[in-house]
Write a protein that binds this ligand. Sequence first.
Ligand code: MLT
Length: 392
Amino acid sequence: MKINDNFERMVPNYLFADVARKTNDFAKAHPDSEIIRLGIGDVTLPLAGVVVDAMKKGCEELRFKESFRGYPEYEGYDFARQAVADYYRSFGVKIDADEVFISDGAKSDCGNIGDIFSQDNTVLIPDPVYPVYVDANIMSGRNIIYAPSSKDDHFLAMPDRKVKADIIYICSPNNPTGAAYNHAQLKAWVDYALENNAVILYDAAYEAFIQDDLPRSIFAVEGARECAIELCSLSKTAGFTGVRCGYTVIPKELSRGGHRLHDLWYRRQATKFNGVSWAVQCGAAAVFSEEGQRQCLENISYYRQNAKIISDTLDELGIYYTGGKNSPYIWFECPNKMDSWEFFDYLLQNAGVVGTPGAGFGKCGKNYFRMTSFNSHEKTLEAVKRIKKLFI
Ligand code: MLT
C-alpha cells in the first residue's frame, strides 16, 4: 500500500487552518485581548428572511408522504437550475437551465472538476490566487505553471502566448486581490484558451459584488462557450457559507477529445455526489427571486460599506491596494516592506486584528495582506482605528 505521495509536495496546512491555529494560540495566551477577525472570508450577517422561509417550507414538505423527497437529482432540481439560468438572463447572459449543475459549493467543484481531465494536463494558475486550485492539482499530480501578477498590472495576470497550458483557472473578481477583469481582458484569456485548445475554469464566486461595468460571467465573452466552465457559489452572494450551495455551468457545445464535458461531469457527479438537499435547493431558488435578490443585496451593500471603511483608511495612510470596490476583499502592500507572515504577527500582537497573509495565496503575495469586509461595521471601524494608531 502506498499513500498519494503528492501530499508531500503540498504545504503542510491549508492556509485558513494555519491562520485559525495562530489566532487561537494568541487568544489563549492573551485571554483579555479583543481580537477582530478580518481573515477568512466568512459572512456574518444572517440569511435573508425569504430564503429561510423557503427552506422552512421545503422542510415541512418532507414531513408528509405526498410531498416527501429522497435522493435529489444529481444535477439539481429543474426549478433551481431554471432559477440560476433566469438569474444569468438578468445580467444579459444566456445559458440553458440544463447546463447548470447544482452543487454544495464552488470549493468542492473547483477541486472535483479535475476528475474529468487527464492528469497529464498542464494547469495554468494566476499568482496570487485561491489556494484550493493549487492544492487540488498538486494532490492529483498535475504539472502547474503560474501566471504572475503584481502592482504593475494591478494584480490582473494576462496570458503569455509563449506559454502553453491545457487547463486555466481564472477567478474574477479575484480572491485574494479583489481585482476584476474587464471584457477586453477576459476576451484575451478566451482567445488564448481557444488557441491552445485549453479549458478555462472560471470561478465567479464574487460576481455579486461587482458594481462597475464589468462582466459578471465568462459567458458574457464571445467564444467562451467553446472553452469555459463557470463555477459559482451562494456563499458570498447569499450568506450560504454554512448552508452550502453553489452551481457549475457547462455549455453543451463544450467538447474535448470527442466528449462533451457536460456529459463527463454528469457521469462524475452521479458516481461521487448525491446532490443537494430539497430544502437547501428551495432556499437557493428563493435567493434568485425578486425579493430574494433585494434582501441579499442589502447584505452585500452592508459589506460594501465595510470595504469602503478599509479602503478609505488605506488611502489615508497612502498604502497601495486593490479590490474593495467590486469585491469583499482588500489586498494591500504590507507597510515598511514587511513580509506578509511578519505583518500578520505584528498586526495580531499589536492591534489584535487578524487578516490573511498574502504568501498563502502564492509567491507574488509575499509582501501583501488580505482583509475581508465580512465583519460588522463596529468591528471594522475599531480595526481600522487600531491600524491607524500603528501607522500614523
Ligand atoms: C476565503 O477566505 O478565501 C474564502 O472564504 C475561502 C472559501 O471560500 O473557501
